[in-house]
Design a protein around this ligand. Structure first.
Ligand code: PLP
Length: 415
């Protein structure tokens, strides 16, 4: 192997692109065509909440091993409807993850509630109980946790804390379909869970989609009503729409694709897990690079690989190290700094218009108007880690190339 780094003009470890994901195939096409054929034959446009959506929800529940599912039109709206199902009063405080997609935080403010940012565990993009506990006030009503990168949060201690303070726990499983924590599927542990099924996730319902999942039937119906303009689902002798909500429904075409995808999901889970574990194992031979620390007793279904660089052990900064990996043909992104209390929308309180400052400025809100959150760990962990994109179609060659590229770059820069 050429030891001269590609960034310095050497030949790269890998010159061909990583394999395509090919998530959508002939089976999904056939399922979609069937929906069209049925529509054409009946003369009625396909809709939502029909046989295909009911089937997808049933398939999803089977995958989760029981419970209740409501298919919605995005992961963001799955978080929104999961929280909506909790029927929180406006101005309730909701503890949110330090590092996540905006769709995992913004639903809190869209419900007129106040997000309180927990710091990350210093070793992980995820939070943990010790960073949540000090944030609880008499205004706290719920905790949202996100299993980022397919790595589970250490959730049992959080459930214990929540039960002590009578708080709901919402699991954001957007990046963690099939991930297990102490042998249990994530999404089955908290009170209610949200999944994203957009095209980049472990399984998808086409371009966009999501699922609200719960084992609590009451919360399920509350979320389902909220997700469809307060329609009085499962209410005896209804007199009309019971709560205000918007239309977050999925549709039968997307659901038909989702059912096919759920058949593929177990294989996807197995392969993603294997690839991640192989890289984790291979990196044990490295001095400066390792897979990020994980909650003990986890079975990660990786959405990307979160990789730690010991910058003390190398002669370059993380940016240069990552640039060298990219030059070797690796799909590396240098930073996952999705810390939303740093974002302009949060700092400028640009939620209900750009001037109202609601919910923080509301006179009925007794918490801090300009909250400052301690996110030192979240910043440090995003500074010390980088991400490698991966998916279930990576095989031995891709694993070998990732390990070879890291070895080559590490050898070049090791102090
Ligand atoms: C943790 C997390 N929550 C919520 C979302 C929002 O999902 P969607 O993009 O389907 O709206 C995402 C999307 O990537 C996510 O990663």
């Amino acid at each position: 192997m050429d030891t001269k780094l590609a960034i310095d003009g050497g030949s790269p470890v890998r010159s061909e692109a990583m394999p395509a994901r090919s998530l959508i195939g002939e089976e999904e096409k056939a399922a979609a065509m069937k929906v069209f054929d049925e529509s054409i034959a009946s003369g009625n446009a396909f809709g939502y909440g029909g046989a295909h959506e009911q089937q997808y929800e049933k398939d999803f529940v089977d995958f989760m091993g029981g419970g209740f599912a409501d298919a919605v039109n995005s992961g963001t709206n799955a978080v929104y409807c999961a929280l909506g199902g909790l029927q929180l009063d406006a101005l309730s405080e909701v503890i949110v993850p330090p590092i996540t997609d905006p769709g995992g935080v913004m639903p809190v403010v869209m419900l007129g509630c106040v997000p309180i940012f927990a710091d990350a565990d210093p070793r992980s993009y995820n939070t943990s109980v010790e960073y949540i506990e000090p944030l609880i006030t008499e205004r706290t009503r719920a905790i949202v946790i996100a299993h980022i990168a397919g790595e589970p949060v250490d959730i049992d201690p959080i459930m214990e804390l929540a039960s002590k303070h009578d708080l709901y726990v919402v699991e954001d499983c957007a990046q963690a379909h099939g991930t297990k924590y102490k042998g249990r599927l994530v999404g089955t542990i908290g009170d209610i869970a949200a999944f994203s099924t957009m095209c980049g996730k472990h399984h998808c319902t086409g371009g966009q989609g999501g699922v609200v999942y719960s084992q609590n039937e009451k919360l399920h119906w509350q979320a389902r009503r909220f997700a469809d303009r307060g329609k009085p689902f499962n209410i005896e002798n209804p007199t009309g729409n019971v709560v205000a909500g918007i239309n977050c429904n999925l549709n039968d075409l997307s659901a038909a694709i989702g059912s096919v995808q759920l058949k593929k999901l177990p294989g996807i889970i197995e392969r993603r897990h294997k690839v991640g574990e192989a890289v984790k194992e291979g990196l044990k031979a490295r001095k400066a690079v390792s897979l990020g620390w994980q909650t003990p007793d986890s079975e990660c279904v990786y959405w990307f690989l979160r990789v730690k660089l010991d910058t003390e052990a190398v002669s370059v900064d993380k940016k240069t190290f990552c640039a060298a990996l990219v030059a070797e043909g690796m799909p590396v992104s240098e930073s996952y700094r999705h810390i939303h209390c740093e974002m302009p929308w949060f700092k400028n309180k640009a939620v209900f218009g750009v001037n109202s400052g609601f919910p923080w400025n509301c006179s009925d809100y007794k918490g801090p108007k300009d909250p400052q959150f301690k996110i030192d760990n979240a910043i440090a962990v995003t500074d010390s880690h980088f991400n490698i994109a991966m998916h279930e179609n990576y095989g031995q060659q891709e694993i070998d190339d990732i390990l070879a590229a890291i070895e080559k770059v590490e050898n070049a820069y090791l102090k």
